[in-house]
Design a protein around this ligand. Structure first.
Ligand SMILES: CC(C)(COP(=O)(O)OP(=O)(O)OC[C@H]1O[C@@H](n2cnc3c(N)ncnc32)[C@H](O)[C@@H]1OP(=O)(O)O)[C@@H](O)C(=O)NCCC(=O)NCCS
Length: 180
């Protein structure tokens, strides 16, 4: 099971992360820290080039191992607008989607388009019956993305708070493949 290294999403393109993009990723993350740190525990003032390179190297290894498939999101003119990935950590039959949008590109429908495109690809992969998005209840933007992309709530549970904007209640939303 392996998704394509490039996915078209309307005016966006999703591309498997390459190590050359580490400085651009770092710039995007640094510009977006106030928003990212609310819900992503790794987004801290200490995030630097080393962490950015490490993320991409790990993404590359995970892709080769078949455990996680992470993509950079580019605009039509090549600006790095965010990141999205498919994770196998929920177990067989399901791929979990994780994402962030760089703040200058937020609110344009980009993540909704990226989620829709990656979901379409994910449910055609062998053995995959559904895709899932988990987000904190306080993360209204992430919830809005999932709902706009057609995901419905299947569970909610408590967990330890890891980032400053979190409430501690996780909402799990899923989208099933046609006929699954
Ligand atoms: C969640 C995130 C990826 C959304 O990216 P985006 O590209 O702005 O998403 P979209 O433009 O496709 O959609 C955002 C929606 O959230 C809505 N939204 C944003 N802030 C909101 C808020 N505080 N309350 C309610 N809705 C909100 C927007 O209005 C929009 O919905 P609409 O089109 O119906 O108006 C982005 O906010 C982000 O990176 N957040 C920080 C990292 C993060 O939380 N990642 C996900 C962890 S689960």
């Amino acid at each position: 099971m392996e998704p394509p290294e490039m996915i078209n999403a309307g005016e966006l393109v999703l591309k498997r992360w390459e190590i050359e993009w580490a400085p651009a990723a770092l710039d995007a993350i640094k510009d977006s820290l106030p928003e990212l740190r609310q819900f992503l525990p790794w987004a801290t003032d200490g995030y630097g080039l080393e962490e950015s390179r490490e993320y991409i190297s790990r993404s590359s290894a995970d892709w080769d191992a078949g455990t996680q498939f992470n993509y950079a999101i580019f605009t039509a003119v090549g600006e790095l607008a965010g990141s999205i990935g498919l994770m196998t950590r929920m177990g067989p039959g399901v791929l979990e989607i994780g994402y962030w949008t760089a703040t200058p590109f937020a609110g344009r429908g980009y993540m909704t388009a990226a989620v829709q495109a990656i979901s379409r690809v994910a449910v055609t992969l062998p053995g995959i019956e559904r895709v899932a998005i988990k987000h904190d209840e306080a993360n209204k933007a992430s919830g809005a993305v999932a709902v706009k992309a057609g995901f419905t709530e299947v569970a909610r549970h408590s967990r330890e708070v890891e980032a400053e904007g979190e409430s501690g209640t996780t909402i799990v939303r899923e989208l099933r493949a046609a006929g699954a």
